[in-house]
Each structure stands twice: as structure tokens, then as C-alpha cells.
Design a protein around this ligand. Structure first.
Ligand SMILES: Nc1ncnc2c1ncn2[C@@H]1O[C@H](COP(=O)(O)OP(=O)(O)O)[C@@H](O)[C@H]1O
Ligand SMILES: [Mg+2]
Length: 372
């Protein structure tokens, strides 16, 4: 069952289209993340689901109820949508205790004192903040304040939780920890969650499915592994990590299975095979994505094996990153980034071969207008 449904949802500000025909179905209990660069329309989309912003086109439903339909002029106000919300700025009220902060949504809903005591206790236990109930909110650390904000969003047991960059004010380590904690609470409660972030690592670690947005439009929807491994286009390919994006031309195409075809491609000074999602005609241009972690540095005279792509080149420079060493190899077709072992046997100036299994090279239809 779909719990949140967006059908051709748009939002125009003046003549600027901030959100452009978004179609999305979030299932009950699912954790879906809107991911994309700053300004791509994530917050606007979330605010329309929240009822804090009115969509200028399309229709939004929550749990089988249409809450906004631009065509019919229907709009259910935010407070009647039964949503929990957590935003980037925690919006913890400084003059209240932790207990009172979490109790606030229940007082607004005129719950009894006994019920408030029960529900607040339960919410604080979930985020492991029960022993802080009587503390003044400003005495808490950033991570603790964010837990209180999550408890406050959960306290009236909303059908759906909306979160807009809730972790972005925390330092990197705490962000990871809070993300993992939040994910386990969400799973335990089976709560439908729509989450917004510009952080690809966070999106991948938390989500059942990721929605990649760019300039108001959905570029791809899929499980994190699927989007990372099989990007639909160059924008999505370039958004995750720092992949090598190589221009090539298709020579032959053969279907492997429902999902993939095998392409024989020729690039500038190299040729080989890779995989792709859709049949691409011979002669057509493609971008071949090679992730640095799928590439390997081999000696210049390494024996040629089947099912490999190879480039000859020279090591231009290396950057030590701790767990890996980034190696930049100058080839006849530009520079290739390789994630090599931190203490591998190579040095700047070495002649080397860059080797990539053809199953980890992925081609997308060329979109020349979009810079990588
Ligand atoms: N109230 C508004 N008036 C005019 N433009 C807006 C308004 N709200 C958002 N925008 C514009 O819409 C685009 C998308 O904004 P937003 O949804 O906040 O992006 P994101 O959350 O992905 O960073 C941006 O270009 C932003 O400037
Ligand atoms: Mg935003």
C-alpha cells in the first residue's frame, strides 16, 4: 500500500519552475530519500507534502486521502495531515524542559495529562533521552537536541515522518551515529519516512529507496545499490563519488538479461566491452562510467585477460587518504582516477596499465549538455 503519493506535482514561483512534474509513491513503512544538489527542489517538495507550501500542479495523497489537488483547488492544511516533521534547525524551545518540548504537540492537541505523561515517556525512551526529561533544553548537546526533536516528531505517532536535512548541523561522526540510530528507530516503528538530504553517503546508508533530483525533476528512483551501480544518466552517475566518465562510441550491442545489455565500445585510444541499461544502436555516443574503486593499477606488461578494459598511462600524482591512495593516471584519453591500496608498489612517473573488469564499466546515453 502506498502511504504518500505524489502525482505530477509541480511548484512554480513566478516564472521559475522549482519542482517539475514529480511522480513518487512511498509505501507504508518505507524510508525514501530525496537527494540532489542545493536548489534542486527537495525542500519545496517536502514542504508541499507537509502542507506548508501549496503545489501549483498535480496531486498529493497521504494514506489514501487526497490532501492537495491543484486541479480541484483542494488543500488540507498542515495541522490536519498527521505528519511528524524534523528540520535542520532543531527548533527546540529554549525556555522549556526536554519533557515540555516533547509534550508540546500533545498539549496543542489537548491530550490529558496522563496520556501526555505516557506518550512523552515512550518517545523519550525511544531516543534514549528519558533521564534528561527535566533538563532545560539549552543544556543539551547538538546530538541530544536532535534526539529531542525526533522524539517530539514521533510523540503523537504520526502516519508519516518528514525530515529535512535533520543531521546537517551535527559533526561528521555524530551524523553517522545519529543516522544509524534514527534508521533503527524508523525500522522498529515501521514508520513511513520521507527524508531530504544533499549528502549522498547519508542517503545511501539510510534509505530503502533514493530519489535523485536535479533542477526540479526526478532523474532516477531506486535502491541505493541500484542507483550507484546502474545510474540512469550522466547526472546521476556524476553525483555519486568521483567517477571517471569517458566518451565512447557503440560498435555492437547484445542483450544479457532484462536489465542489462553488453556494449562493444571504442573510445579515444581504447576499446572494449561494458554494460548498459538499454539497447543502444551502433554508432551512437555513450558515456562510460568507471568508478575509481573498480579500477586497479597493474604493471605496463601485465598479461591481457578476457573481460577487462585496459588503458596504458603514466602516474601523474597520488593523494594519500588513509584507507586508500587516490592515483591519477595520465592516459591517451585523459586522466583516470584509481583508488589504489594505501601502500601499493607504485610511484609518480611509473608507466602502468589501468585495468577494469568490464562488468563494472557502465554506459549511459550521452548527454553532452550536462557537464560532469
Ligand atoms: N518562496 C520561494 N520563492 C521563490 N523561489 C523559491 C522559494 N522557495 C524556493 N525557491 C527556489 O526554488 C528552488 C528550489 O529550492 P529548494 O526546494 O529549497 O531546494 P533544495 O531544498 O533542493 O536546496 C531554489 O532555486 C529556490 O531558490
Ligand atoms: Mg533544502
Amino acid at each position: 500500500m502506498s502511504n504518500v503519493v505524489l502525482e505530477k506535482v509541480s511548484r512554480v514561483f513566478g516564472d521559475f519552475v522549482a519542482v517539475d512534474g514529480v511522480d513518487l509513491r512511498v509505501s507504508e513503512g518505507e524510508f525514501v530519500t530525496l537527494l540532489g544538489p542545493s536548489g534542486c527542489g527537495k525542500t519545496t517538495t517536502l514542504r508541499m507534502v507537509a502542507g506548508l507550501e501549496q503545489n501549483t500542479g498535480g496531486r498529493i495523497s497521504i494514506g489514501n486521502e487526497v490532501v492537495s489537488d491543484a486541479g480541484r483547488g483542494l488543500f488540507v492544511p498542515s495541522e490536519r495531515r498527521r505528519l511528524g516533521m524534523v528540520f535542520q534547525s532543531y527548533a527546540i524551545w529554549p525556555h522549556m524542559t526536554v519533557f515540555e518540548n516533547v509534550a508540546y504537540p500533545l498539549r496543542v492537541r489537548r491530550k490529558s495529562t496522563a496520556e501526555i505523561g505516557d506518550l512523552v515517556g515512550k518517545a523519550l525512551r525511544l531516543v534514549e533521552m528519558e533521564s534528561f526529561a527535566e533538563r532545560p533544553a539549552p543544556a543539551l548537546s547538538g546530538g541530544q537536541q536532535q534526539r529531542v526533536a525526533i522524539a517530539r516528531a514521533l510523540v503523537f505517532e504520526p502516519k508519516v515522518l518528514l525530515l529535512d536535512e535533520p543531521l546537517s548541523n551535527l559533526d561528521a561522526k555524530l551524523r553517522l551515529q545519529m543516522g544509524d540510530e534514527f534508521r533503527s528507530i524508523q525500522k522498529r516503528l515501521g514508520m513511513t519516512s520521507l527524508y531530504v538530504t544533499h549528502d549522498q553517503a547519508e542517503a545511501m546508508a539510510l534509505s530503502d529507496r533514493v530519489v535523485v533530483m536535479d533542477r526540479g525533476r526526478i532523474q532516477q528512483i531506486g535502491a541505493p545499490e541500484e542507483i550507484y551501480r546502474y545510474p540512469a544518466n550522466r547526472v546521476v552517475a556524476a553525483f555519486f563519488g568521483t567517477p571517471n566518465l569517458l566518451e565512447a562510441s557503440v560498435e555492437a550491442c547484445a542483450r544479457i538479461d532484462d536489465r542489462r545489455v553488453r556494449l562493444d565500445v571504442v573510445g579515444k585510444g581504447w576499446r572494449g566491452a561494458c554494460e548498459s541499461a538499454s539497447e543502444i544502436r551502433p554508432g551512437q555516443a555513450v558515456t562510460v562510467m568507471v568508478r575509481p574503486e573498480d579500477a586497479r593499477i597493474a604493471p605496463p606488461d601485465a598479461a591481457h585477460r578476457d573481460h577487462e578494459l585496459r588503458w596504458s598511462g603514466q602516474i601523474a600524482h597520488t593523494i594519500f587518504r588513509g584507507p586508500t591512495r587516490s592515483v591519477v593516471v595520465q592516459t591517451g584519453d585523459g586522466r583516470l582516477n584509481v583508488d589504489a591500496p594505501s601502500f601499493g608498489d607504485f610511484a609518480v612517473g611509473d608507466n602502468v596499465t589501468v585495468v577494469v573488469p568490464q562488468t563494472s564499466a557502465w554506459a549511459v546515453p550521452e548527454q553532452a549538455s550536462i557537464a560532469s
